[in-house]
Write a protein that binds this ligand. Structure first.
Ligand SMILES: [Zn+2]
Length: 458
């Protein structure tokens, strides 16, 4: 018999695990006696009491086939509100623990700096940095409408894995093709689709914070190649007192780039809500792809957002292909659709494209709709289908977001308004300004005794 087939037999593996755990302290004499008894009467073993019937293995994920990010992650709604309350608490706790955020780290002073306003006529852009942890900077651009007094809706805008992040420039050739395909309408807006949605939302009256993923644009303390493309262990980053992300020391403490990036999102929300012109009751979050992951994870854990629009990311298929979208324990017996479901009954908008979300209309969204219906909010979840396009947050999807996500029917509050103006006229792209980048230490280490958290961020 092929020895591997024995190893692969889950019943045999489970039995061997039980035996191994039961015997470590047996003396040699006792072991000999057992061996003798075993030889004399094999039937004694056969008659040994079993926890489960013959052929049935314990319900334990470790005994099931390995599942990676390309597995199948269905969502099965509960059949009662009470059942969902219990389930939601468990899944939220699982996310929080998995990301190294349980218990919550201390909210240390943000020491936020907002500077160098750029007047764009009907809106302004300011540079922002603040500390999500002592000495660790989060950077981004703050868009504010002009001529709209009073408290304004706030929007948090994570960007996803487009090159150069919030400074992404698709290039003139690519955008012309997109315009020809109906994916974009205007060349300036289409070349910079990430800035474009911030501009449009500001023109609609929102205060928008467009913040960097770790390692993108002005976020330079942890490199993009490390945070989003870790490929090689760093022995020098695995010392007893200090260590870096992706080391065994970090993994043993559930420290991950996804956890740090999620904490940055929570602190970005703290920053946005600290602004005097932002209405804390009208805050939304939207991003696509990896920014979609940031959106639904933030909205699963934090009760403050009133609307969410994670684009091209929620599905039962691929769950996130980057190191910043995965963490130990995160998706054990759950997945992205259920993470999005944690936002119910608040307004949730989704998009699909010709990518891993292409089957969302038949796998995932019907269950989400049933879930929202159970909670009495069937009309507050929407899927804008766009399988004719590749992976995107293009004009068509952005228009769906403007029109759907920010209309909070439950409180009769229009978070942003209607699509009164197009999203690109007069827009000026903001190129990278490297001389303005944050010039803090290139290597930032906290170690195990850091106040306010358990992070080592380098
Ligand atoms: Zn990433």
């Amino acid at each position: 018999m092929n020895p591997r087939s024995i190893d692969d037999d889950p019943t045999v593996r489970a039995r061997n695990v039980c035996r191994a755990r039961a015997c470590p302290h047996l003396t040699r004499t006792a072991a000999s006696i057992l061996a003798l008894v075993g030889c004399l009467s094999a039937d004694l073993w056969a008659a040994a009491p079993r926890a489960l019937p013959e052929g049935q293995i314990p319900r334990d994920a470790r005994l099931e086939p390995l599942k990676d990010l390309d597995g199948y992650y269905p969502f099965e709604p509960t059949d009662s509100k009470e059942g969902w309350t219990r389930r939601a608490e468990r899944v939220r706790r699982q996310i929080q623990v998995s990301l190294g955020l349980w218990p919550w780290p201390e909210r240390t002073p943000l020491n936020a700096v907002v500077r160098d306003p750029l007047d764009q006529g009907d809106y302004t852009i300011e540079k922002v940095d603040f500390e999500s942890l002592p000495g660790f900077k989060v950077t981004g651009s703050l868009y504010r409408p002009k001529g709209k007094p009073g408290k304004r809706p706030g929007v948090l805008s994570p960007h996803g894995h487009w090159s150069d992040g919030r400074f992404h420039d698709a290039g003139s050739d690519a955008v012309r093709k997109e315009i020809a395909d109906g994916a974009e309408r205007f060349e300036e807006g289409g070349r910079s689709p990430l800035q474009s949605r911030s501009v449009q939302l500001a023109r609609m009256g929102c205060v928008v914070f467009h913040y960097d993923m770790i390692g993108y644009a002005d976020s330079v303390q942890i490199s993009q190649s490390l945070a989003h493309g870790f490929a090689k262990q760093r022995p020098e980053m695995n010392a007893r007192e200090n260590w870096g992300l992706f080391s065994p020391q970090a993994e043993a403490r559930l420290q991950s780039v996804m956890g740090l990036q999620t904490w940055n999102s929570i602190r970005a929300l703290d920053f946005l809500l600290s602004l005097p012109d932002v209405d804390p009751e009208r805050v939304g979050v939207t991003g696509a792809s990896g920014g979609g992951t940031q959106t639904f994870i933030l909205c699963a854990l934090d009760s403050r957002p009133a609307a969410a629009f994670p684009a091209v990311m929620v599905s039962t298929a691929m769950q996130g292909g980057c190191t910043c979208e995965n963490a130990c324990l995160l998706r054990v017996e759950t997945g992205n659709v259920e993470f999005a479901a944690l936002f119910a009954p608040k307004p949730l908008g989704l998009t699909s494209a010709n990518d891993w979300t292409r089957e969302m209309a038949t796998k995932g969204f019907p269950e989400l709709r049933r879930h929202y219906t159970l909670l009495g909010a069937a009309d507050r979840v929407a899927l804008h289908r766009g399988e004719q396009f590749g992976h995107n947050y293009n004009y068509v999807s952005r228009a769906a977001m403007y029109a759907l996500a920010w209309r909070n029917r439950s409180s009769s509050v229009t978070i942003a308004g209607s699509l009164a103006r197009n999203s690109a006229c007069g827009m000026t792209r903001i190129p990278p300004r490297r001389e303005d980048r944050i010039s803090s230490a290139s290597c930032y280490a906290l170690g195990p005794k850091t106040r306010g958290g358990n992070w080592t961020a380098r």
